[in-house]
Ligand binder design. Structure first.
Ligand SMILES: Nc1nc2c(ncn2[C@@H]2O[C@H](COP(=O)(O)OP(=O)(O)OP(=O)(O)O)[C@@H](O)[C@H]2O)c(=O)[nH]1
Ligand SMILES: [Mg+2]
Length: 293
């Protein structure tokens, strides 16, 4: 009998969760960034081998939310924890001792699914630091999501904890999400690379038109910012910044589609969208239900 199920990857912002998802699946699905809080929504990647299928859910980093978007991000991570058959709790090993998942996620009770503690960024660890972490966390696995070190052992451990089940998706599938979503994410990733401070965090991307019947494929993406001043920054002097973002993002989108692409980027203001429930819903975020009392 084969094994199959959901492996949810959780951890603090910047632990390397999205890099790990891409490494496991062998495709660049999730955007990654040295800046924290790059992932806002769950990303699904599928890894199929002869005896098992791992449906890997990458999640937004666990943090204490300060505004509505962050509440939606936390809520998404907690929902993914609920959905998990196995939890891969990813920790940045270069940041000191491992804190318990229950504390980091502020969970009232331990999660239902078994938890595998995975110490990432092992490539950055001096031998003594690694030894100390290993002694304090005897069942943890060491990996490097960037070099791929430790991946086979990690996959074996995750598979051993999955339930016996037929495959949930076709063996060729790599994700369950639409191309549009990945295009939006690639544009946002490029904005994260090229803009500083609050500006990239104020950006939400939305594909407005996607014409696959054209060559090059025509894709119009709107970058929503929160204020007029941010719009000026994103566009740049004589449109230089948005042109740069467009050029880099186009190459990424062409790699994704395997086709030539005309990427038409627009910048619009949606006042304070990160704090506005209606705007968040428009972008597909789900806000947690507030307790009624
Ligand atoms: N040296 C090293 N860097 C890594 C490793 N894994 C990830 N990184 C880097 O850590 C940074 C964060 O990686 P992400 O994969 O975006 O982290 P994340 O946990 O998804 O972050 P959020 O989505 O913001 O919560 C990036 O600059 C990665 O290149 C690793 O194994 N070794
Ligand atoms: Mg991420």
């Amino acid at each position: 009998m084969t094994r199959a199920g959901i492996v949810t990857v959780v951890g603090r912002p910047n632990a390397g969760k999205s890099t790990l998802l891409n490494r496991l699946v062998g495709e660049k699905l999730a955007i990654t960034s040295p800046k924290p809080q790059s992932t806002r929504k769950r990303i699904v990647g599928i890894l199929t081998r002869d005896d098992a299928q791992l449906v890997v859910h990458d999640t937004p980093g666990l943090l204490h939310p300060r505004y509505a978007l962050q509440k939606a991000m936390r809520s998404e991570a907690l929902a993914a924890l609920e959905d998990a058959d196995v939890i891969a709790y990813l920790v940045d090993g270069s940041r000191g001792p491992v804190e318990p998942l229950q504390a980091v996620a502020r969970l009232e009770a331990p999660p239902r699914a078994p938890v595998v503690t995975v110490i990432n960024k092992a490539d950055l660890l001096a031998p003594e630091a690694r030894l100390q972490l290993a002694e304090a966390n005897p069942s943890a696995l060491f990996v490097s999501a960037t070099t791929g070190d430790g991946m086979p052992a990690l996959v074996d451990r995750l598979v051993s904890l999955l339930p016996e089940s037929p495959f949930l998706y076709d063996a060729e599938d790599v994700s369950t999400q639409h191309l549009r979503f990945f295009v939006e994410e690639l544009v946002r990733e490029t904005a994260l690379e090229q803009l500083e401070d609050e500006v990239p965090y104020s950006i939400a991307c939305e594909v407005e038109e996607f014409r696959e019947d054209r060559d090059p494929v025509y894709i119009r993406v709107v970058l929503f910012v929160e204020r007029e001043s941010q719009k000026h920054i994103v566009i740049g002097r004589e449109g230089e910044r948005i042109r740069q973002i467009g050029m880099v993002a186009r190459t990424k989108v062409e790699n994704l589609l395997g086709q030539r692409v005309y990427l038409d980027l627009w910048v619009k203001v949606l006042d304070n969208w990160r704090r506005n429930e209606r705007s968040l819903k428009r972008f597909g975020f789900v806000l947690p239900e507030e307790p009624s009392s």
